[in-house]
Design a binder for this molecule. Structure first.
Ligand SMILES: NC(=O)c1ccc[n+]([C@@H]2O[C@H](COP(=O)([O-])OP(=O)(O)OC[C@H]3O[C@@H](n4cnc5c(N)ncnc54)[C@H](OP(=O)(O)O)[C@@H]3O)[C@@H](O)[C@H]2O)c1
Length: 296
């Protein structure tokens, strides 16, 4: 049976990080300071702590100035907004990331709205979402940016292809659909109320699954030769009482049908953090009035 090309997100992310490090050095030479990333982590969520630590470590490795702000879980909303305002005003900071989820008493929307759009390197601010919607340059969420790069590594020209995105979250599904639309794909955005998802998926030349349900898309649904991007990260029981990570696509059946496919782990995940660094570097260039060349 034919085997899909495995889209190696680890290798591709390494390439992107290398390019970002080069640009960070060029920025430092021109601006006489490093690109600056600030990460705000409110509270002690263990998974968030791991994510934040790895983002800050990578930022340092790529030659960024990085700062961590760790307010307690019971910080009042106005104090968190004031903290974000101080980072907006800090000339050494180009990108601000507020790690989600926030403590339950603080709405994520309000915190994100407080970030200056030109420092919104997660691309979650409504100004950036709106700019993406109307086809203007924007900070685009990092996961869909990584997905698009993986897709283009398999097929550089996407014009006219049928793309199906399963999942319509603001951070993955919707921006992904807009990126594919901007590439002149014919885009279908599916979700939990979609009728006959199997039929919808079977028409996809490009399939992006961003749901959060382990193995919900079997190989039998996939169009032969399709590009399959699996965003899902699901922890399921593994061997010997251990757990393992799987995606939303049933990899073992899909790999015999798809033309190319991302593994989980090692596909989309590493690309997300690489693009956070790319977005931060880009923010530094733009804030400093330096030209930013596409191609990362
Ligand atoms: N690799 C990475 O870097 C990365 C980054 C972000 C997220 N993720 C992973 O990607 C997955 C999705 O994340 P998210 O934040 O986008 O999730 P989310 O906000 O929970 O959204 C899930 C989406 O899936 C849809 N859905 C749920 N059940 C469905 C079904 N049976 N059929 C079709 N659609 C269904 C939902 O539809 P409704 O809108 O109708 O409810 C919703 O739009 C998660 O596993 C997450 O861990 C990975």
């Amino acid at each position: 049976m034919a085997e899909a090309l495995i889209l190696n997100g680890v290798a591709m992310a390494a390439e992107i990080k290398g390019l970002v490090a080069e640009r960070a050095a060029a920025f430092a030479a021109a601006a006489k300071r490093q690109p600056g990333l600030a990460v705000v982590l409110a509270g002690e969520n263990p998974a968030s702590q791991v994510y934040v630590r790895s983002k800050l470590k990578l930022a340092r490795e790529l030659g960024f100035h990085s700062v961590e702000r760790r307010p307690p879980a019971d910080i009042v909303k106005d104090a968190l907004l004031a903290l974000i305002a101080s980072l907006n005003a800090d000339e050494a900071i180009d990108g601000i990331l507020v790690q989600l989820p926030l403590p339950a008493h603080i709405g994520a929307e309000e915190a994100i709205a407080a970030i200056a759009p030109e420092k919104d390197v997660d691309g979650f601010h409504v100004v950036n979402a709106g700019r993406l919607f109307i086809g203007k340059p924007a900070f685009v969420p990092c996961t869909p940016l990584g997905c698009l790069r993986l897709i283009k590594s398999a097929q550089p020209k996407l014009t006219g292809l049928n793309a199906v995105v399963v999942g319509r979250s603001n951070i993955v599904g919707k921006p992904m659909a807009h990126l594919l639309l901007a590439e002149d794909c014919t885009v279908t955005l599916a979700h939990s109320k979609t009728k006959d998802l199997a039929a919808v998926v079977s028409g996809a030349d490009i399939l992006v699954a961003a749901v959060g349900r382990p193995g919900m898309i079997p190989g039998a649904w996939i169009k032969p030769g399709a590009i399959v991007i699996d965003v899902g990260i699901n922890r399921v029981p593994g061997l010997e009482g251990k757990s393992k990570l799987v995606g939303d696509v049933d990899f073992e059946t899909a790999r015999h049908v798809a033309g190319s496919i991302t593994p989980v782990p090692g596909g989309v995940g590493p690309m997300t953090v690489a693009y956070l660094m790319a977005n931060t570097c880009r923010a530094a260039f733009l804030r400093h009035g330096l030209p930013w060349q596409d191609g990362i």
